[in-house]
Design a protein around this ligand. Structure first.
Ligand SMILES: C[S@@+](CC[C@H](N)C(=O)[O-])C[C@H]1O[C@@H](n2cnc3c(N)ncnc32)[C@H](O)[C@@H]1O
Length: 783
């Protein structure tokens, strides 16, 4: 890795090195020389005009060590002649030990040094070294190496180092140089265009802080006072209490909206400050003029009012929320500020990369973002390093597709910013302005019709849409300057605004499609599925649901009809029951005396009374008991049979006949069924009449027989006492026997008139008609 000239360093390899790693790479000394700088001691200046990004020098660390161990490591190296040459030893002790710590020697000679190998001679005596002095030199000149990890390629631990040439670089709150650490080397480049003799400066502390914090930080850490034009202007225009209030608010802000609101507040504060410039003291105005400010004044003041951390937080939050287009713009705006504050330092490089990556994810056209990030990285690390850094971050394939077709053409403003860059040339004496040429580079989103320009005293206002820019003129304006010659340049072609806009839209669409091919295909399939579901499946499903609903409604309607019919039929049935029970009661009036005449209760009582002997009395008693129980059983059974026959006639037989009628349809009743129903009904009516006339005797006989048989199974008094349980068993037995006699054995003759016994003489028992019989059995089971 021997550089033939300044740009022959192999950055692909250098970028892979861990921070602080020793290298064999040759140092480089470019267009720089040592000079006295008023108020600062020695410093490095440009030996000729230098272009932006030009390599100024490459310096190898004299010593690298863990932070906190640098002093010991440096002492050991200085003491040992095998490791530290006399020339290096002398150069080290020519370094500043801090302001006011003794006179500075003449300019040390700048030279390139090869990496020194430890000498093999074993017996060289060690040097004696002033520990205190070494400590002071390190305090004034040491660098921490943990800011170089821009590309996130290297894991920078907490390492400190001391460089012999780079230690001649003074601090500025508007640095002119950018440095990066690669291995044990420091690369220093021009961060702006430099004129011959212009000082090469670096930021010892963060120059993104307000002036009072920068002053205090330098005083505390390096022990010298800051006297700079930036600080003078800032102190005069930005009142410290107002900036402190902003900083306090910054600590309390929690949401994106609050950050955005705070950013707007800071911008209002800064715009108010700029308007105060014309009424500021002559010293402040001269300091502003020396800074050569145009838009830079706004940027510097925004930096001093704390806009950068607010903007970085806003960008990070937008990125986190997936609002990538806005995030890309916010990072671009950070870069826009850095152009003035600390161009091409590690932060600037980081935010240029973030803007590019967000724009890529947002599907924005990348040409400008690539060009800008390429420019910033070229000035921060070296030419062509964007590709290497992207490859390490995104991988070979993605970085290649991101960079495809984009030339690394260097553009001098951050993309994504609705704004203008300007070069301002004035003619006439300094101190008054009567005519000027202004050249605006508009970005493609701005047309000249959207730009308004007005001049007032030292300020020239340029209003682009909602944004206001202030240009501080190098002298007072005498009246309205005439003529203002304005030329517009840049990609914002206004000749064919519609066509240009259309082409831009198509281009963006095409880029988007190319980038998100797979997602678009998947989205198309999903959208097709949703369309099918909505247009085809949904109407079908709705129709099916509608049909089912109608069916359910019909069913519920018919079931309610059914239940009404059931209610009606039940009411009719109950009414019929009442009617038939009434008939049954009337029938019993003639039945009762006949039934009573069938039982000889009085005679049995008499026999009990008349019996003298105990056993005869018991026999008489048993006969009385059987007669009474038979009367009871016969009476109950008769009542039931009587009710039963009437209910069968009025309800059951009638209902069965009606049911058959409705099943077959009105008027469709078969003749055979009709005749059968009529003959069954006649059987029942005849049976009822026969029962009421002849039944008492037959019931009494059946009851007596059943009681006699049951009394043999269930002992009765006086042999045994009875309780409700034994009585219940007894009567169940009695009625079962009566059932058998009357129904099951089909000795229906007891209930049937002799005329019904059609097969009389045939040897067969007479029976009920099948329908009447079924109904009767149902009813008996219920009873
Ligand atoms: C790293 S040295 C820079 C070179 C130093 N001027 C010299 O002559 O060796 C740091 C010292 O330079 C001086 N210095 C650097 N920047 C300065 C500044 N902006 N204003 C005043 N003194 C500065 C301070 O004395 C500081 O301690």
């Amino acid at each position: 890795m021997m550089p033939e000239n300044a740009e022959r360093y192999d950055f692909k390899e250098l970028l892979k090195l861990p921070v602080g790693e020793a290298t064999d790479v040759e140092e480089f000394l470019g267009p720089v020389q040592v000079a006295w700088v008023p108020g600062k001691g020695r410093g490095l200046v440009a030996a000729r005009d230098v272009g932006l990004g030009e390599l100024l020098f490459v310096n190898r660390a004299f010593q690298v060590a863990e932070t906190g161990k640098l002093l010991e490591a440096t002492l050991r190296k200085l003491e040992d002649p095998r490791r530290c040459s006399d020339e290096e030893f002398q150069s080290f002790f020519r370094l500043s030990s801090g302001q006011g710590k003794g006179p500075l020697p003449e300019f040390p000679e700048l030279k390139c040094r090869m990496r020194r190998r430890d000498s093999p001679q074993p017996d060289v005596p060690l040097r004696s070294v002033n520990r205190r002095l070494v400590k002071d030199i390190l305090d004034s000149n040491a660098h921490e190496l943990d800011t170089s990890d821009v590309a996130k390629l290297q894991s920078a631990g907490k390492l400190s180092s001391i460089f012999l040439t780079a230690s001649l670089v003074n601090h500025s709150c508007r640095p002119t140089a950018a440095r990066v650490f690669l291995g044990d080397l420091m690369f220093v480049r021009a961060a702006r265009d430099l004129r011959m003799g212009e000082e090469i400066t670096d930021g010892y502390i963060s120059v993104l802080q307000p002036v009072f914090e920068r002053v205090a930080g330098i005083r505390k850490r390096y022990g010298f006072e800051l006297h700079e034009d930036r600080g003078v202007v800032e102190t005069a225009l930005l009142p410290e209490p107002e900036v402190r209030a902003m900083l306090r608010e910054m600590d309390e802000v929690e949401s994106l909206e609050e950050f955005q609101a705070l950013s707007e507040k800071i911008q209002r504060l800064v715009h108010g400050a700029i308007l105060r410039l014309p009424s500021a003291s002559a010293a402040v105005q001269q300091a502003a003029q020396r800074l050569g400010l145009g838009l830079g004044l706004e940027k510097l003041l925004l930096g001093g009012a704390g806009e950068v951390p607010v903007l970085v937080a806003t960008a990070a939050l937008l990125e986190h929320l997936g609002r990538l287009r806005e995030a890309a713009q916010a990072y671009s705006r950070c870069c826009w500020l850095m152009e003035e504050l600390a161009p091409h330092n590690a932060y600037h490089a980081k935010w240029a990369l973030e803007a590019l990556l967000c724009a890529n994810r947002a599907g924005l056209p990348l040409a400008e973002y690539v060009a800008y990030a390429g420019k910033v990285l070229a000035c921060h690390i070296g030419p062509g390093t964007l590709e290497t850094v992207l490859r390490c971050q995104l991988g070979e394939k993605r970085s290649r597709s991101l960079l495809a077709g984009h030339s690394a053409q260097v553009r001098s403003w951050p993309p994504g910013e609705v704004g203008i860059l300007h070069t301002l040339h004035t003619h006439g004496d300094p101190g008054s302005v009567s005519s000027m040429d202004l050249e605006f580079h508009l970005d493609e989103k701005v047309s000249p019709a959207e730009v308004e320009i007005s001049v007032n005293q030292m300020l020239l206002y340029v209003q682009v849409r909602q944004k206001c820019f202030y240009l501080v003129l190098p002298g007072k304006v005498d009246g309205e300057p005439e003529p203002i010659r304005l030329s517009m340049r840049g990609p914002g072609s206004v000749r064919w605004p519609c066509a240009a806009a259309l082409i831009m839209v198509v281009q963006r669409l095409w880029n988007f499609v190319k980038r998100h091919r797979k997602k678009l295909i998947a989205s198309g399939i999903i959208a097709g599925g949703i369309w099918y579901a909505l247009r085809v499946y949904l109407p079908r499903a709705q129709q099916r649901m509608f049909d089912e609903l109608m069916k359910a409604l019909q069913e519920s309607g018919s079931s309610s009809d059914d239940s009404k019919a059931q209610q009606r039929s039940r009411a009719r049935f109950q009414e019929n029951q009442l009617v038939s029970d009434d008939y049954a009661r009337k029938g019993l009036r003639s039945y009762e005396p006949k039934h009573a005449g069938c039982f000889k209760i009085d005679k049995c009582q008499q026999e009990v009374k008349e019996a003298k002997a105990k056993d005869k009395k018991i026999i008489a008693f048993k006969a009385l008991q059987e007669e009474c129980l038979s009367l009871l059983a016969s009476a109950v059974y008769s009542i039931h049979v009587n009710l039963l026959l009437h209910r069968i006639i009025n309800n059951i037989a009638g209902r069965e006949a009606r049911g058959r009628l409705s099943q077959q349809g009105a008027g469709a009743t078969s003749k055979a069924n009709g005749e059968e129903d009529a003959s069954s009904m006649k059987e029942l009516i005849d049976s009822t009449e026969y029962f009421l006339k002849e039944g008492p005797e037959r019931m009494a006989a059946a009851a007596r027989k059943a009681v006699k048989a049951a009394a043999e199974a269930v002992p009765l008094p006086p042999e045994s006492s009875v309780n409700s349980e034994s009585l219940s068993t007894f009567f169940v037995d009695v009625f079962n026997r009566m059932d058998q006699d009357v129904w099951e054995n089909q000795k229906g003759a007891s209930l049937l008139p002799p005329a019904q016994d059609q097969e009389k003489g045939s040897g067969k028992q007479p029976t009920f008609g099948p329908m009447a019989r079924l109904g009767a059995i149902d009813l008996i089971v219920c009873l």
